[in-house]
Design a protein around this ligand. Structure first.
Ligand code: SAH
Length: 379
């Protein structure tokens, strides 16, 4: 904690005074009784998520200043004036000094996802703070935490609007249009974190036959089409995601013949792609959600990448990703390295990708760097 890491693990607690309830603010002291910080208490392996290392009372003004600071950064990044992109991450948990809180902004609607009981309990204050900070920009706030809060805590939590109501669900990213279903879609509705990596696909797509594996609502596919690809196949195991992908194709490229979308299991689909593709994007879901599933996850990354390396056409480009927080950049690269070696291909690394600036990493919390990607040239 003296190096500002914002987590206190339960095993590191020697003594607790009082009986804090889940979500309460607690102070943390060293063995020598020095004040170290204040944070939200929770039952589980991360017992305290620190919200301040200063001896201050986290009241409404405190939270408002945090929200303001997050917005100030997004303004630095140009999101207040960007006419091409109106979807971005407004609050990125530890990266914005608010552990347990994610807020994505969708063209006027903020979608809040809490991962800690403490943030859940102050949700109304957070909404108020966002309304003050964002003013007329903010038209609605949707609360979506049923799947992310600890299920054992008895929170009587339901997803729904805390301010405003359902409105325009079309957003724009680099001028491309996307229908986003934040009410029932995965995560907060859209994978905002892949914006810059999707954009990079555009640069490599010209005249290529593209496979967008684990496509969700089609993100990468549209950039491939924009970049002049010959054909694009979008594949996902979720029928709903594929429906949205097709809807988004119509929205951006009406009557487009180059695009086809399939509902299929990724592992199965990749078995038989032969030499159909010369640009492949692999953006699977987090294979490891916990440390104990790490070996299994690494095998999963190795397997899908091996299949891609074995079959991609000569001169092909592979965009491959991992969004598992517990898989480090090095472990991921090792898995991809093994896959290349098994396939026996000559492979060069062209780009090493990460998450965009609206998903900042707190320098004292390296775990916040969760998205890893490699762009590879396969001879
Ligand atoms: N590339 C997307 C985000 C991908 S998220 C974007 O830019 O928006 C991961 C996706 O993998 C989800 O849509 C999920 O439905 C899908 N998925 C999960 N398991 C799968 C499997 N076994 N086969 C195919 N798709 C799968």
């Amino acid at each position: 904690m003296k190096r500002f890491h914002p987590w206190v693990f339960s095993g590191a607690i020697k003594k607790m005074y009082g009986e804090p309830a889940e979500g309460d603010l607690v102070n943390v002291y060293s063995n020598k009784d020095e004040f170290l910080g204040t944070g939200h208490y929770q039952i589980g392996s991360i017992a305290v998520r620190i919200v301040t290392f200063e001896d201050v009372n986290p009241d409404y003004d405190f939270w408002k200043s945090k929200v303001q600071s997050a917005w100030n950064l997004r303004k630095q990044l140009g999101f207040d004036k960007n006419l091409q992109t109106n979807v971005f991450r407004l609050i990125h948990a530890e990266g914005d000094g608010m552990p347990g809180l994610i807020v994505d902004f969708y063209n006027g609607t903020a979608v809040i996802q809490t991962h800690s009981v403490g943030m859940h309990l102050i949700r109304e204050q957070l909404v108020q703070a966002m309304r003050e900070v964002l003013a007329v920009r903010l038209k609605a706030v949707f609360y979506k935490s049923e799947k992310t809060l600890p299920f054992k805590a008895d929170l009587e939590n339901e997803d729904g609007y805390l301010f405003g109501n359902h409105s325009e669900n079309e957003v724009m990213e680099y001028g491309l249009h996307f229908k986003v279903d934040w009410e029932s879609g995965q995560k907060t509705g859209f994978f905002v974190d892949q914006r810059e990596n999707r954009k990079l696909v555009e640069r490599y797509a010209k005249d290529r036959d593209v496979l967008n594996m684990f496509c969700y609502t089609g993100g990468f596919s549209f950039y491939a089409m924009q970049g002049g690809s010959k054909s694009v196949h979008s594949v996902d195991s979720s029928g709903k995601a594929i429906d949205l992908t097709r809807e988004n194709v119509e929205l951006n490229f009406p009557g487009e013949k180059r695009h086809e979308a399939f509902v299929a299991d990724g592992f199965e689909y990749l078995k038989e792609i032969q030499d159909k593709y010369d640009l492949i994007i692999l953006d699977p879901p987090a294979f490891a959600k916990h440390r104990n599933t790490l070996p299994q996850a690494l095998k999963g990354y190795k397997r899908i990448n091996t299949r891609a390396f074995e079959q991609i056409r000569s001169g092909g480009i592979l965009f491959t990703f991992s969004c598992s927080q517990v898989v480090s950049k090095d472990r991921f690269r090792e898995a991809v390295f093994s896959a290349a070696a098994i396939a026996g291909r000559n492979v060069r690394i062209l780009h090493q990708l990460s998450q965009p600036a609206d998903h900042p990493v707190n320098i004292y919390h390296p775990e916040g760097e969760y998205l890893k990607g490699l762009v590879l040239y396969v001879e």
